[in-house]
Design a protein around this ligand. Structure first.
Ligand SMILES: Cc1ncc(COP(=O)(O)O)c(C=O)c1O
Length: 320
């Protein structure tokens, strides 16, 4: 029996139930232009600057087994991102929150990947003063997505530290504003594939680690947890993992982390909402530690998924 079974067995059963659902929103529901539509029918206007210039921010909380996980933390970060981009939501925070809960309930999806977008809004090409654009909000709920699937989680995934591309500097694009300017990540994903690995980690170009394509990086060395302080999105999953690690009595270091520490680590985890705690057991073609999913990763993996039913971190959705 794998350490992942106790979560995945139930999850697979819920997926089968969702598959059999006749609810028109069971494959996803979007809120666009004031209406709820099945996700396959949702459209954004071409002239939205979110599409034209990637002038947007977004956030992604999840629902697990019918409970919203850390929704208010994601709303806090979404609001902070909007403020940094000088955006003003057309609807109050409480309405975004209520609509997201309503959408999950309407869809019947018990394990959901939830997205909220704020874009600069509509402007005609070249007639553009960002401060004049009324910002647009789009909401989306789909079945849960995995950055690392069940089979890979069992044995651990493979990663490289990218050599051909670095993370865009924070002085150019602020990584604490959750954004979709993925040029550096996309190049790094192709490099990882070319080198026979699944995922890239990017450095800051000055010998420190940053993050990877949609996840934060957590290292374990001598029983201590390390994760980069800057040049990264301040992930909600990472925040949860650090809190759980501290409760388990582990020392946590959030600082500049030299790339070399990744090669010297006993365990490596990637952490993100869309996948949770994801073990990495091969780095640049070499085993991480003994090449197995390590004890700290397994302990945090379980603590993380257990937190999803803890009222400190989550609340239940009333499905109709
Ligand atoms: C670049 C990047 N870093 C880190 C994360 C992890 O953030 P969170 O744990 O809040 O999902 C994400 C999530 O999508 C991301 O896109």
């Amino acid at each position: 029996m794998s350490y992942t079974d106790y979560i995945f067995n139930d999850y697979r059963r819920r997926c089968d139930e969702l598959e059999a659902s006749t609810n028109p929103f069971a494959k996803g529901i979007a809120w666009v232009g004031g209406d709820y539509v099945p996700v396959a029918e949702a459209k954004i206007p071409l002239l939205d600057q979110g599409f034209m210039k990637s002038d947007l921010t977004y956030d992604v909380p999840a629902v697990w087994d019918g409970r919203f996980f850390r929704l208010d933390d994601h709303l806090d970060r979404f609001e902070a991102s909007m403020k940094k981009l000088r955006m003003v939501s057309p609807i109050p925070r409480q309405e975004i929150r209520d609509r997201l809960v309503e959408m999950v309930a309407k869809s019947g999806i018990r394990d959901a990947y939830v997205m909220m977008f704020m874009t600069r809004g509509l402007r005609y090409v070249r007639q553009y003063a960002p401060e004049d654009c009324p910002n647009h909000c789009y909401l989306l709920v789909t079945p849960y997505l995995w950055v690392m699937g069940e089979e890979v989680q069992k044995a651990g995934g493979s990663a490289v530290i990218a050599r051909t591309v670095r993370r865009i500097p924070a002085g150019a694009i602020d990584p604490t504003v959750k954004n979709l300017q993925w040029g550096d990540f996309t190049r790094a994903i192709f490099e990882a594939r070319d080198r026979g690995a699944m995922y890239p980690i990017l450095s800051d170009g000055d010998g420190n680690l940053t993050e990877g394509s949609g996840f934060n990086v957590v290292l374990v060395k001598d029983g201590r947890i390390y994760t980069p302080r800057r040049g990264v999105l301040e992930g909600v999953t990472r925040k949860t993992v650090l809190k759980l690690a501290e409760r388990l009595g582990l020392d946590c270091v959030v600082d500049d982390i030299p790339v070399q520490l990744a090669y010297d680590s006993e365990e490596i985890m990637f952490v993100t909402t869309a996948g949770g705690v994801m073990p990495i057991t091969i780095l640049d073609g070499q085993p991480v530690g003994d090449g197995q999913v390590g004890p700290v990763t397994k302990t945090l993996w379980k603590a993380y998924w257990d937190a999803h039913s803890d009222p400190e971190f989550s609340f239940p959705i009333n499905y109709y």
